[in-house]
Design a protein around this ligand. Structure first.
Ligand code: HGY
Ligand code: MN
Ligand code: MN
Length: 413
């Protein structure tokens, strides 16, 4: 495919405009599943899809598909895409580069007169982030048929609202059983994303191509102790839910720091207490724990160690504990041929490339279960992500878009 014109300034303007659609004050981006900001963000991108001439459809959980029909519509399509939902206090590139950048890749191919034989489909996945229900990749899990209807029906946000409530908010129609993709629906899936790590920038490499995506797991814990007056409740015999939670958070750090693998990471990213008054002994605490490793065995052993520690701490402190595994996923191995295709495109474009693992999870983690999948990474400033100073330059984004466009052209030819 001859060289393409990537309109990096126009793309940057779209990224900047989407970043202004946020629940927080800019430059902070927050767009939680089916919040007002998420709904507005979705409409903003739908309009860009329409302007690019893509055929739009939306499934019952709000995954949005923009299709560029190929000459042979019977062939499995080539898919790309990512997410536009964002956790609290996030930046403007996580997920968005893989949606708006993919749109620019498609526009560049169209402008160059490329005619795909296979259709090309650009997907915005619902709720890649776990903020709403504690479980990430809700849209892609349902697309690949990984979540049972019972499991979905049991999902609750922190205020006890279920997915049905939020589907209504999101204007979703249809039944969740219709979301699962038909077999062999896609010939390949390639996701463009910022690295969310420091490697590419530190090694001054333009493009990462992902061979493996780490295995994520999430625990949700509710602790119930006994509240009381901070002055009148003497120390012996206290059942302080916060202190049990604090010991648990330290047990998470210990479990993740003492495995043989440097890839084990453990985070107590959510910790809430009640009543939250300085002169009242905390009677309840809620924790959400994120534990990952690239090796399943290592991750599972650390998870087991944490669950055992939770039981020991709660028994010793006479705290009631409800602990739930929200998700315990295997790692994904990306398709070797696809990895080679991306690496060859980088060579053709004279861009340095590095084969690597992704420590962050993505919708690719699940798409890899239904079709050959890989990811294209671009460097981001000091590896920062999930914080407002997340940054990739227009030139870095342009490189990623150019590699994605040429890869899509090869796969759809
Ligand atoms: O947490 C993650 O790895 C992803 O950014 N949701
Ligand atoms: Mn993220
Ligand atoms: Mn992401």
């Amino acid at each position: 495919m001859q060289s393409l014109v990537i309109e990096e300034q126009a793309l940057q303007r779209e990224i900047d405009e989407l970043a202004l659609i946020t629940e927080a004050a800019p430059p902070v981006v927050t767009r939680v599943l089916f919040s007002e900001a998420d709904l507005q963000g979705r409409e903003f991108v739908r309009n860009l899809y329409r302007e690019a001439g893509l055929i739009l459809r939306e499934d019952a959980v709000g995954n949005i598909f923009g299709r560029w029909d190929g000459a042979d519509k019977k062939l499995p399509a080539v898919a790309t895409g990512s997410h536009i939902d964002a956790i609290p206090n996030a930046g403007k590139y996580d997920g968005v580069v893989g949606v708006l950048g993919a749109l620019e890749a498609i526009r560049a191919l169209k402008a160059a007169g490329f005619q795909p034989r296979r259709s090309i489909e650009l997907i915005i996945f619902t709720s890649e982030e776990p903020t709403r229900f504690g479980i990430g990749c809700l849209g892609s899990r349902l697309l690949v048929g990984l979540l049972s209807l019972e499991r979905v029906a049991a999902l609750r946000d922190r205020d006890g609202k279920d997915l049905e409530f939020w589907r209504k908010q999101g204007g979703c129609v249809g039944t969740l059983t219709s979301v699962k993709l038909p077999k062999d629906c896609y010939a390949a899936f390639v996701e463009l994303h910022i690295e969310q790590g420091p490697v590419l920038e530190a090694e001054n490499i333009a493009i990462g191509v992902v061979e493996k995506i780490a295995a994520p797991s999430t625990l949700r814990i509710q602790l119930t102790g006994v509240g009381g007056h901070a002055g009148a409740t003497l120390m012996p015999g206290r059942k302080d839910a916060l202190l049990a939670g604090a010991e648990i958070a330290l047990a998470v750090e210990r479990a993740a720091s003492t495995t043989a693998s440097s890839d084990t990471v453990g985070t107590t990213g959510f910790f809430r207490i009640e009543p939250g008054a300085v002169n009242s002994v905390p009677c309840r605490a809620w924790l959400e724990i994120d534990l990952r490793d690239t090796l399943l065995k290592t991750r599972d052993a650390a998870l087991q160690q944490i669950e055992t520690a939770v039981q020991e701490i709660c028994t010793r402190r006479k705290i009631e504990c409800a602990m739930e595994r929200l998700n315990v996923d295997p790692p994904a191995i990306c398709d070797a041929r696809l990895v080679e295709t991306v690496a060859t495109v980088c060579d053709d474009l004279d861009l340095s490339v590095k084969r690597m693992i992704s420590r962050a999870y993505h919708d690719s983690l699940f798409m890899a279960q239904v079709c050959p999948t890989t990811m294209i990474f671009i460097p981001c400033f000091k590896g920062y992500s999930h914080r407002p100073d997340e940054y990739s330059s227009p030139a870095q984004i342009k490189n990623g878009v150019a590699v994605l466009a040429q890869t899509l052209a090869k796969l759809a030819a």
